[in-house]
Design a protein around this ligand. Structure first.
Ligand SMILES: C[S@@+](CC[C@H](N)C(=O)[O-])C[C@H]1O[C@@H](n2cnc3c(N)ncnc32)[C@H](O)[C@@H]1O
Length: 215
């Protein structure tokens, strides 16, 4: 059996937010690095690697076989549709997809309201934060990493039924710890994108100023 691989900073951050001992579903698992790494490090007892496409699932199966991960099942299908109450899950990781797709996945299953959620939007994190606020999910924490030349954010959330009012700036700054260099870099990227958009939409200027004042 091969020596276990290391996770990159992005997936390592996601892994660090999965509570020890969780029964996990990794939605959009692809290569299944995250669940295999968590299993082989003894952090979790059981995982489901789920993906909408067969090819990624095959690659996930190959990862599990190569590194001898046993307590893992592979399921083909969209979002959380592949799992149910019988799986007795505690936590879902949904990483490496756009914020809008992640929101649709949460919306598509009542199970999203019962699990610890570790969400890693590649784009449109503001759409995901908006969805969470408007649909009764608490952003328990938000963190950022710099990985392979890019900034990424990871959000830990849990449904509590309380719909939250929010300022527009919260959608971008969320619960970022702005004393952290990676969080600052992530917010600066948002500001850069908003500045580009503001060339055609001057109404964004007060928001940009508010975000700049946070740095
Ligand atoms: C870029 S990969 C991310 C892999 C891994 N989660 C990561 O963060 O490194 C995205 C994966 O999500 C899968 N995917 C896209 N939309 C999905 C959906 N609605 N439900 C389940 N899987 C989906 C794709 O087939 C692909 O394997």
């Amino acid at each position: 059996m091969d020596k276990l691989f290391s996770l990159d900073e992005r997936l390592l951050k996601c892994a660090s937010l999965v509570p020890d001992g969780s029964r996990l579903v990794d939605v959009g698992s692809d290569h299944a690095y995250l669940p295999v790494w968590l299993l082989k490090n003894g952090k979790i007892p059981f995982a489901i690697a789920s993906d909408i496409n067969e090819k990624p699932l095959e690659s996930g199966r190959a990862t599990a076989e190569k590194y001898g991960a046993k307590d893992i099942e592979f399921r083909l299908g969209a979002g959380l549709e592949t799992v149910g109450e019988d799986d007795r899950l505690d936590c879902a990781v949904i990483a490496g997809m756009g914020g809008e797709v992640i929101s649709l996945i949460l919306e598509g299953s009542p199970l999203s309201k019962k699990l610890d959620l570790v969400l890693q939007p590649m784009t449109k994190s503001e759409e995901l934060v908006k969805y969470l606020c408007e649909n009764g999910f608490e952003l328990k924490m938000q963190s950022c990493v710099f990985c392979r030349g890019k900034y990424y954010t990871v959000i830990k959330a849990r449904f509590d039924g309380e719909k939250r009012e929010y300022e527009e700036s919260f959608l971008y700054a969320g619960r970022l710890d702005l004393s952290d260099e990676a969080c600052r870099g992530f917010l600066k990227n948002h500001i850069k994108n908003l500045k580009n958009k503001s060339r055609g939409d001057k109404s964004l200027l007060p928001l940009i100023e508010e975000l700049e004042n946070m740095l």
